[in-house]
Design a protein around this ligand. Structure first.
Ligand code: HEC
Length: 138
């Protein structure tokens, strides 16, 4: 027996293939914009995507300003060196998080705006802000 392709069947097959093509295209698109950051930001995300810009001076053995950014325990709810009455990060509170004050050049910081000799991208600042406002999770 021979199967005869009618115009109607061809039409359905073509629509089906186009649908698959569009769907797979969308999936790919989504991947490009969300590399590996999950909805729930953690300290590891901040270390990988934000503090990497501080590595010359606050990571890998360098701790200018007595600040080693590699450990969560050095940062969240820990007094800053330059203004010990302020914590380095206060969960859910940008205005009183000294690290956030230093990278935005806020009023009241001691010393330079960070990072010295560099600049953070808008995306990095957004990530840091989102992490703090979501409770600065470990
Ligand atoms: C080229 C070196 C350099 C880079 C890069 C750098 N810092 Fe600093 N940082 C310093 C020095 C030096 C000090 C102490 C003097 C000052 O505050 O100006 C300091 C101090 C600090 C302090 C104060 C620490 C405390 O507890 O009082 C914070 C917060 C800080 N840096 C955050 C950052 C962050 C966040 C980045 C990356 C976005 C960064 N720094 C990048 C050199 C650097």
């Amino acid at each position: 027996m021979q199967i005869k392709l009618t115009n109607g069947m061809l039409f359905i097959i073509i629509i089906f293939l186009i649908t698959i093509w569009v769907i797979s295209g969308c999936e790919h698109h989504k991947d490009e914009f969300e590399p590996s950051i999950t909805d729930e930001l953690t300290f590891a995300d901040i270390l990988n995507y934000v503090f990497v810009s501080c590595s010359a001076c606050h990571l890998n053995g360098s701790n200018y300003g007595e600040l080693d950014l590699s450990e969560y325990e050095n940062i969240v709810n820990v007094p800053s060196f330059e203004r010990p009455e302020l914590f380095r990060i206060v969960p859910n509170d940008l205005d009183n998080s000294y690290i956030y004050m230093k990278v935005t050049g806020a009023e009241g910081i001691v010393g330079n705006r960070m990072p010295i000799g560099g600049q953070m991208t808008v995306e990095q600042l957004d990530l840091l802000q989102d992490w703090i406002l979501a409770g600065a999770l470990k």
